[in-house]
Each structure stands twice: as C-alpha cells, then as structure tokens.
Design a protein around this ligand. Structure first.
Ligand SMILES: [Zn+2]
Length: 116
C-alpha cells in the first residue's frame, strides 16, 4: 500500500511545475503578477544604448511605469540575464554595458513590445 503515496508532494522537495527545477533554483516568471500591474503585451519598452562620460555604455529601458511593473524585480532579473549591474529609473531601468539586443529579445520573451 505504500505506493499509494508515491508522487505526493511530501516525497521530495517542491519542484516548479513548469521547468521541473527545484523551486529554489527556478527562474520562471511569477504566474500571478500583482493585480495593479499592466500586462507586458500592453506596454512598449523603448531601448537605447547611451554613451556616458569616460566612454561607458549603458543600455537604457524606458516606457515601463513603476505603477504598472515590479521594476526592482524586473531589474534583478535583467541583471542576472545580462550578468551586469544596473539601476531602476522612474519609467524603467538601465543596465551597464551594451546589452541592447539581448535585453530586447529577453523583454519580448516576457511579452513586452519593444522599440529601439
Ligand atoms: Zn520554474
């Protein structure tokens, strides 16, 4: 009769149902966005690479409001994705270095419309 309980959540640590990784290792986007957030497909992220003083390049993402998006969370994931540092803005965020193509592809994967 012990087989009756095989496959219950108590058998193993919780795994993500989508990527099947351990929940502690899962990087899937949350299923339920905060209720006040705007769906990504209704937003257009405008991306540009800006050259700052001393020739430093940053990739700037604008058009994403702080009310409609969890910008700190988005920034954290963008930093992980690009392996670079960054800062939140009032209408988006910026990532150090030229990650224009990578960020545009990543944002459209999340559902955002993108414009360069
Ligand atoms: Zn997952």
């Amino acid at each position: 009769m012990s087989r009756l309980f095989a496959g219950t959540p108590f058998d193993r640590p919780p795994h993500c149902e989508r990527c099947e990784r351990l929940e502690t290792e899962c990087t899937c986007p949350p299923i339920d966005p905060p209720s006040k957030s705007i769906p990504p497909e209704k937003q257009t992220a405008r991306l540009l690479a800006e050259r700052r003083k001393k020739g430093k390049v940053v990739t700037v993402v604008r058009g994403l409001s702080a009310e409609g998006n969890d910008l700190p969370d988005l920034l954290t994931r963008a930093k992980n994705h690009c392996g670079a540092g960054g800062t939140v803005h009032e209408d988006g965020f910026e990532i150090q270095g030229d990650h224009l193509t990578r960020l545009a592809a990543w944002l459209s994967e999340l559902g955002y419309r993108t414009k360069r």
